[in-house]
Design a protein around this ligand. Structure first.
Ligand code: UD1
Length: 423
């Protein structure tokens, strides 16, 4: 297993380009199942989760072509679901990446059947899929749990009014895809409003779907008989952008984050400003100048447009070396503080009380061997390593590779002393 070694204390300076959004790319790739026509995508990041999605789709019979093939341009992917011969997502892939569950809606919508493994446990909480299933059942699917697999059938899904008890991102996406090919109109109430939802709706509408209201809490989908091919470039990754911003602020650096979409990062940018971090915001770039110590601020994670849970761990690192005391409340996932104990090993002063972390700013962190436990926790350890005195060695970095494209290359180019030791 690979490790990451960081010699902390370097100030980051320069420019870094944000990659395409992982969380937007995953449902978009999966939406290719909804048509037999070729779909072309640009800006798909080179990440382990993307490789998992492509493996899943290839296993179903989707043809995947990458650059290097004469029909595909540089930086492009082509997916064509014209020979789908299997309607099953196996356990080994769904347990590796829960977003695999998103094939349920499109398979059911287009082929009338799907057999998808239940995801099982997850490091950051139980993460059930009950809302995905409830919505599909309301659209007329019969769903049974058989030997750990959800087996769903429906001659043709029909439009329905669905209320989500929680604004689940995955459930909203799964149901939007299923409803696109259903008979009649579906209304999803209390839908998730994340930019990735709007992005998926844009792609589906380009394919011929009729989706209105995506990005608000009521999404209306008029079912159509078929969808068509599409060409689309995915939006930049707001969480990667936010992670680099924290890196710049922490190292008191000066970094221009190119391609970052400020309109997708409102709550996060306001919190950074409140913490005293100097930001210059352009249309599609953000410059972060971290002069001096940040001020402690309280943070509560919430569904979009609230503060994103996927930036909570990174902010905890900044708060660990800020002036004052910060209370961080996690409301989305039940067990998303596993990075806290590792940060404490590096000298942070963090006390956990249920879903709250009380973070008292200290003068500095010190490098230590630490272990990554999930995707965002792993990047928080990288950030801590950048600002810590001495050497930090991070193990289990496969979590990091699920969601951060070429992170050590990007950070090195900004002046960090970071290297990967191949295991
Ligand atoms: C997506 C993101 C993830 C992000 C999360 C919240 C992807 C691939 N992943 O995950 O990075 O952290 O949104 O912004 O886009 N829930 C239920 N029942 C359900 C579905 C969800 O109770 O059927 C609960 C979950 O346990 C969790 C909360 O709802 O506590 C939010 O989950 P959800 O919005 O579905 O997150 P994901 O789509 O899994």
């Amino acid at each position: 297993m690979d490790k990451i070694l960081i010699q902390g204390g370097r100030r980051l300076e320069g420019e870094v380009a944000v990659s395409g959004s992982k969380n937007a790319a995953l449902p978009i790739l999966i939406s290719a199942l909804l048509t037999a026509e070729p779909c072309y995508y640009q800006g798909i990041p080179d990440l382990v989760d993307i490789h998992t999605a492509l493996k899943l789709l290839s296993g179903l019979g989707v043809r995947v072509k990458k650059e290097g093939d004469s029909t595909v341009a540089v930086g492009q992917f082509m997916l064509q679901a014209d020979h789908v011969h299997k309607l099953e997502a196996p356990y080994d892939l769904v347990k590796t990446m829960r977003a695999s569950f998103l094939v349920m809606g499109p398979l059911l919508g287009r082929f009338g059947a799907a057999r998808v493994s239940t995801p099982g446990g997850c490091a950051i909480g139980t993460r059930p899929v009950n809302l995905h299933l409830k919505g599909l059942a309301e659209m007329g699917a019969s769903i049974d749990l058989v030997h750990g697999y959800m087996e769903a059938k429906a001659k043709r899904l029909r439009g329905a009014k669905i209320y989500l008890d929680l604004p689940s991102v995955g459930a909203t996406e799964n149901l939007m895809m299923a409803a696109s090919l259903a008979e009649g109109t579906t209304v999803i109430e209390n839908a998730a409003k994340e930019p990735e939802i709007e992005e998926l709706a844009t792609v589906l509408n380009k394919m011929g779907a009729k989706i209105h209201g995506a990005g608000s809490n009521i999404v209306k989908i008029e079912g159509v008989d078929e969808l068509h091919g599409v060409s689309h470039r995915v939006i930049p990754d707001r969480i990667e952008a936010g992670s680099f911003m924290v890196a710049a602020a922490l190292t008191r650096g000066d970094v221009r984050i190119l391609g970052a979409r400020p309109d997708h990062l409102d709550a996060f940018l306001l919190k950074l400003k409140e913490a005293g971090v100097a930001l210059t915001i352009g249309a599609d770039e953000i410059r972060v100048k971290g002069d001096g110590k940040a001020k402690s601020v309280d943070i509560t994670t919430l569904p979009y447009p609230g503060f994103p849970t996927d930036l909570q761990a990174q902010m905890m690192v900044l708060m660990s070396v800020s002036e004052g005391v910060s209370v961080i409340t996690e409301t989305i996932f039940e067990n998303r503080f596993m990075h806290a104990q590792e940060l404490v090993r590096m000298g942070a002063d963090i006390r956990l009380e249920g879903n709250r972390a009380i973070v008292k700013g200290v003068d500095g962190l010190s490098g230590a061997p630490v272990m990554a436990t999930d995707l965002r926790a792993s990047v928080s350890l990288v950030l801590a390593g950048l600002v810590a005195k001495g050497k930090t060695e991070i193990t289990r970095v496969y979590h990091l590779d699920r969601g951060y494209e070429h992170i050590e290359r990007k950070l090195s180019a900004l002046g960090a002393d970071i290297q990967r030791i191949k295991g």
